[in-house]
Write a protein that binds this ligand. Structure first.
Ligand code: AGP
Length: 368
C-alpha cells in the first residue's frame, strides 16, 4: 500500500497533488485542431443538439461536478439544463421524456441510486449519456454513449481528482455539442486555450498547501464551517463543505450567497468561520457586497479571491485571504476547489481522523 502512495502519507493527499497529471490525461487527444473530439459522443451529437433539455443526474461529489458544469453547458448549447440528485428523482418519479438527454455522472459507475435512475430514464426513452471514471462499469455499459474521464484510479473515499476531471470532461462535452454555433466561436477558442493551460494553473494553486495547513490549524477546534459561493462557484461551496464534513468530521454547509439574507445571516458571529468564494467573474461585485454585509456583523471571514485582489476584497485586512490564480470563469471551479480539498485533508490529519476511510462511508455506495 505504501508503494502505491509513493512519497505521500495518504491516498487523498496523493490524489489531490496528482491533479495536474489527471487533468492532462482527461484532455489527452481530445483537444484537436482548435476543437474538441470526444469519440464516445460523436455519433450522438446531432440528437443531443435537438433535445428539449439536458438533465444532469448524480450523487454527492458527482452531482456537485455536474452543477459546476451546468452554466457552461447552457451557455454553449442554448439547451436548458436541469439538475437531479438521483435518489430524489426516484423518490419523486420526476418527469423524464423521450426528448431529454439524461447525463449520468458517477466516478465509480456503480452507485446504486444513479444506476436505478439510469434504468428509470431508459424506460422513459431518454438518450442516456454516461460520464464516468470506470471503463467497463455498469454505467458505461448501460448508457447509449458517454465520456470516460480518464482520471486514473481513485482510492481515497473522498473524491478529489475525479471531481476536477468530471468538470473538465463536461466542459469539453459542452464545447463539442456547441461546436456548430458560429456566434460562440471566439468564446470556444478562449476556453480551449484555457483548458490547455489549466494543468499548470493547478500546479500553481497546489503551492498553497502549507498555507492551507496553517489555516486548518486555526480551525481545528471549530464546531462548524460555512462556505458561501454563487454562480459557477456555488458548486465549489457545496463540494468544499462536503469534503470537510466527510473526512474532517466537522459540520460544514455550502450555501448560495444570494440566499444569505434569507436565513443564514442569523448564524453570523465572531466565532463561526465563514469562507466566501469571491474570485473574478460576473458575480464578483455581488460577492463584494456579501463580504461587506458579513464584516459589518463582525463575521470571521476567510475570503478566496483572484491573485492581486486581496486588498480589493478585504480593504483593511479584516479577513484572512486565500489568493488563487485566475482562469476562464467556467474553469475557475477547478482551481477554487483545490485549496478547500487541501484544507479538508489537513483538518482531518490535525484532528486525528482516518483520511482515506472516513467512518460510516464506502467508496462506492452500491446499496439504496
Ligand atoms: C465523494 O467524496 C463522496 N465519497 C460521495 O459523495 C460520492 O461522490 C458519491 O457517493 C457518488 O459516487 P460516484 O461518483 O462513484 O457515483
Amino acid at each position: 500500500e505504501q508503494i502505491k502512495k509513493g512519497s505521500y502519507d495518504h491516498f487523498m493527499q496523493k490524489e489531490i497533488h496528482e491533479q495536474p497529471h489527471s487533468l492532462t490525461t482527461t484532455m489527452r487527444g481530445r483537444l484537436k485542431d482548435g476543437g474538441v473530439l470526444l469519440g464516445g459522443l460523436k455519433e450522438h451529437l446531432k440528437t443531443i443538439r435537438r433535445c428539449r433539455r439536458v438533465v444532469f443526474i448524480g450523487c454527492g461529489t458527482s452531482y456537485n461536478a455536474a452543477l459546476a458544469a451546468r452554466t457552461f453547458v447552457e451557455e454553449m448549447t442554448g439547451i436548458p439544463v436541469t439538475m437531479e440528485v438521483a435518489s430524489d428523482l426516484l423518490d419523486r418519479q420526476g418527469p423524464i421524456y423521450r426528448e431529454d438527454t439524461a447525463v449520468f455522472v458517477s466516478q465509480s459507475g456503480e452507485t446504486a441510486d444513479t444506476l436505478l435512475a439510469l434504468d428509470y430514464a431508459l424506460e422513459n426513452g431518454a438518450l442516456c449519456v454516461g460520464i464516468t471514471n470506470t471503463v467497463g462499469s455498469t454505467l458505461s455499459r448501460k448508457t447509449h454513449c458517454g465520456v470516460h474521464i480518464n482520471a486514473g484510479c481513485e482510492i481515497g473515499v473522498a473524491s478529489t481528482k475525479a471531481y476536477t476531471s468530471q468538470i473538465v470532461a463536461m466542459a469539453m462535452m459542452a464545447l463539442a455539442i456547441g461546436s456548430d454555433q458560429i456566434s460562440t466561436q471566439a468564446r470556444r477558442n478562449a476556453i480551449i486555450s484555457g483548458l490547455t493551460s489549466l494543468p499548470s494553473c493547478v500546479s500553481e494553486v497546489l503551492k498553497l498547501d502549507a498555507e492551507m495547513k496553517e489555516l486548518a490549524s486555526s480551525l481545528i477546534d471549530s464546531e462548524s464551517l460555512l462556505v458561501f459561493g454563487r454562480g459557477y462557484n456555488y458548486a465549489t461551496a457545496l463540494e468544499g463543505a462536503l469534503k470537510v464534513k466527510e473526512v474532517a468530521l466537522m459540520h460544514s454547509e455550502g450555501l448560495l450567497a444570494g440566499e444569505m439574507k434569507h436565513g443564514p445571516l442569523a448564524l453570523v458571529d465572531e466565532i463561526l468561520p465563514i469562507i466566501v468564494i469571491a474570485t473574478r467573474d460576473a458575480c464578483f461585485s455581488k460577492q463584494q457586497s456579501v463580504i461587506q454585509q458579513l464584516l459589518s456583523r463582525k463575521g470571521r471571514l476567510i475570503v478566496m479571491c483572484s491573485k492581486g485582489d486581496a486588498s480589493t476584497v478585504c480593504p483593511n485586512g479584516s479577513c484572512r485571504v486565500i489568493e488563487v490564480p485566475g482562469v476562464a470563469d467556467c474553469l475557475q471551479p477547478v482551481i477554487n476547489i483545490i485549496p478547500l480539498q487541501l484544507l479538508a485533508y489537513h483538518l482531518t490529519v490535525l484532528r486525528g481522523f482516518d483520511v482515506d476511510q472516513p467512518r460510516n462511508l464506502a467508496k462506492s455506495v452500491t446499496t439504496q
